[in-house]
Design a protein around this ligand. Sequence first.
Ligand SMILES: *[C@@H]1O[C@H](CO)[C@@H](O)[C@H](O)[C@H]1NC(C)=O
Ligand SMILES: *[C@@H]1O[C@H](CO)[C@@H](O)[C@H](O)[C@H]1NC(C)=O
Ligand SMILES: *[C@@H]1O[C@H](CO)[C@@H](O)[C@H](O)[C@H]1NC(C)=O
Length: 180
Amino acid sequence: MSSSSKVFLILFVCIFSLLILHGTSTEFEVGEKLTKGWEVPLPKHPHVYNEWAQKNRFKVNDTLHFRYKKDSVMVVTNSEYDKCGSAQPLFFSNNGDTTFVLDRPGLFYFISGVTGHCPKGQKMIVKVLDVENSSDDDQQSGNQTAAEDTKKKSDATQALGHWSLPSFMVLFIVGYHIMG
Ligand SMILES: *[C@@H]1O[C@H](CO)[C@@H](O)[C@H](O)[C@H]1NC(C)=O
Ligand SMILES: *[C@@H]1O[C@H](CO)[C@@H](O)[C@H](O)[C@H]1NC(C)=O
Ligand SMILES: *[C@@H]1O[C@H](CO)[C@@H](O)[C@H](O)[C@H]1NC(C)=O
């Protein structure tokens, strides 16, 4: 294969996989390997759920999967989250296997509805990224590019999604080295 067709092949594969990645919403297993599902955290890790949430990037239409026994999932307001209680949660489920769709950008406050569990740390704040608006964040730090260039770049970033441009470059470079 000539080196230019190699480049085109890699470009094609990269763009294709990124479009698939971008168009698919992700299901997150709450706590993943840090916990055994949605449960009262161990006393030495009372903030395990927020630590887990902060490590992840959630976007609109991603889902959270809560696995638990004899417990419940509530979505509440900020102040109810602080108080660990709500008479009328925005969302409630106790079927042991809850899937919650993050259907808007912004903050979601999750607590356990079982008395005593939330004060022991079974609670979590999830921040859902506003993809449409966050696409400009990366460009604000460095203003070295010309205005026209910046515009082109932000159009491309918008088309592929917020994080895709850097991932694209990494994929491309890795692909080029493997094939070359
Ligand atoms: C989320 O899903 C809804 C319903 O399927 C859809 O109308 C909306 O455009 C989606 N939003 C994003 C940002 O993907
Ligand atoms: C993006 O930000 C603008 C102004 O800051 C706001 O008016 C608009 O509603 C935001 N878009 C979304 C999708 O939140
Ligand atoms: C960045 O560049 C834009 C136009 O290219 C200019 O309007 C803006 O003032 C610049 N910002 C800074 C912080 O230099």
